[in-house]
Every structure is written in structure tokens, then in C-alpha cells.
Write a protein of this length. Structure first.
Length: 252
């Protein structure tokens, strides 16, 4: 008997406390809270059956409800956004085979197409536990920047490793042909059953050194399908980034 088609649910983790930008989800961009921009974009994605804001802060929850978003309240003691995502998935009674897309609440300009791109592999292959996006690096300064995570993958587009260092390492720098570098974008899709399993795994050794949570999945033998997208992401990490986003919206 074939399994029914999974539902695809977007969960947007949003926390108020941030060392670099307190109250970031409520920062106004062109007169609207940033979290509203994210929810409205997600709501335009045809593939999504549901869009939910997951937060531990009543201020964010109140604003999200005011503009019509579904909200789920989570605990305050989560160490990562993935832990918050998993608790939200449990509270929402999402079925084990359904697909959860983690949309970051600090990416108010994400192209709607990338949600389809990251979720499609899990919709089409019920055996896949997890997928994420990669982007071909075009700015040389990003290759050596540890804030831009690089990845290598096999011929089936399954991730082999993620690193803050440049990978692959070019042994002979005088060689004319240079490697193609790919950076990881922070959009993930998870099978709900795997998501719950994932947050229950102990921290991996590679994860501990690189401070990259996705390495835990690889270290414990799980497949991460990577999808090459033509869309880069614009994240809001500081108040100064708000101006960049508003300039982009003005131009487009």
C-alpha cells in the first residue's frame, strides 16, 4: 500500500532575545514587522499546507496573531532553533511522514521558489530524512569567510561534509583550474519523524568543533540531500541590515 502524499508545513522559529539584535523579529521593515514579511512570503508558496510562527515570547506571538498568523508557543530554554522547531512539530500534531520546512525569521526577502526547491526532494522520495540548499559562491571573499559555510557533495547530490573552512582544499595553488566552491544556505526541510530523532541525538564531534548542527546528521549516518539554487539569501543579523533590505525592496 503506497503512503499518502505528505503535507508540507512551514515553521518559522522566532525568538526575541538576541545578543546582536534584541527583538529582531519585530523590527520594522517598510512599516511592517520583519516576521510579517516572512509569513506573508511563505503564505504565497503554493506547496505549503500550513505556515506557523514558533516563538517563546508573547510580544512576538501577539504581533503575529494580529496580522493573522498561526502561532505555537514553545519553551524558552531551547539552545537551538532546531530544538524549537521539533517541539513545535510535536505540539502541532504533525504526522511522522509529513515534511517540515524551517524558514528563518530573519530572511524577509527569501524567494518563494526556494521553499519548493528545498522541500521537493522529501515529497518525491519518502526515504529521505532531510534536505537543504546550496549556492555557488561568486564572491571570492566568501570562500575564506568562516561565516559562510562551505559544502561538498557526492554525485547523487548528497552532502559529504560542511565546513567553515574552504573545501575542497587546493593542494597546488599554481594550478590554473580552480575548485568550484558552494556555500550552504540556512533553509532546511525535515521529515517530521527524523526531526524528532535528530534533536534527540547527542552532539557530534565534528559539530562540536565546527559549531554546525547539520554535521550531527552526517556523523550519525543520515543522508542530507543538497539542492543547488540560483538564489542567494539576504539575512538580517544587525540593525544596519534593515537598511539593506529596505533598499532592496525600494529597487524591486
Amino acid at each position: 500500500m503506497s503512503e499518502k502524499n505528505p503535507k508540507v508545513i512551514a515553521i518559522i522559529p522566532a525568538r526575541y532575545d538576541s545578543n546582536r539584535f534584541q527583538g529582531k523579529p519585530l523590527a520594522l521593515i517598510a512599516g511592517k514587522p520583519m516576521i510579517q514579511h516572512v509569513v506573508e512570503r511563505a503564505s504565497q508558496v503554493e506547496m505549503l499546507d500550513r505556515v506557523v510562527v514558533a516563538t517563546d515570547d508573547e510580544r512576538i506571538a501577539s504581533v503575529a496573531r494580529d496580522f493573522g498568523s498561526e502561532v505555537v508557543m514553545t519553551r524558552k530554554d531551547h539552545s537551538t532553533g532546531t530544538d524549537r522547531l521539533a517541539e513545535a512539530a510535536e505540539l502541532l500534531d504533525i504526522e511522522e511522514h509529513d515534511v517540515i520546512v524551517n524558514i528563518q525569521g530573519d530572511q524577509p526577502l527569501f524567494p518563494e521558489e526556494i521553499v519548493d526547491q528545498v522541500a521537493r526532494p522529501l515529497v518525491e522520495d519518502p526515504a529521505l530524512p532531510m534536505s537543504t540548499l546550496i549556492y555557488k559562491i561568486v564572491r571570492p571573499e566568501e570562500i575564506h569567510d568562516p561565516n559562510h559555510v562551505k559544502t561538498v557533495f557526492d554525485c547523487h547530490m548528497n552532502a559529504l561534509y560542511f565546513s567553515r573552512s574552504p573545501i575542497p582544499f587546493q593542494r597546488n595553488p599554481d594550478e590554473l583550474q580552480k575548485p568550484t566552491y558552494y556555500k550552504h544556505l540556512g533553509f532546511y526541510a525535515y521529515r517530521k519523524g527524523f526531526l524528532v530523532t535528530f534533536v534527540g541525538l547527542p552532539e557530534g564531534e565534528w559539530e562540536r568543533f565546527e559549531k554546525l548542527e547539520q554535521l550531527r546528521a552526517l556523523e550519525f549516518g543520515y543522508t542530507i540531500r543538497v539542492v543547488l539554487t540560483k538564489h542567494d539569501s539576504i539575512e538580517v543579523d544587525t540593525p544596519e541590515d534593515i537598511m539593506r533590505v529596505e533598499e532592496f525592496l525600494t529597487r524591486h
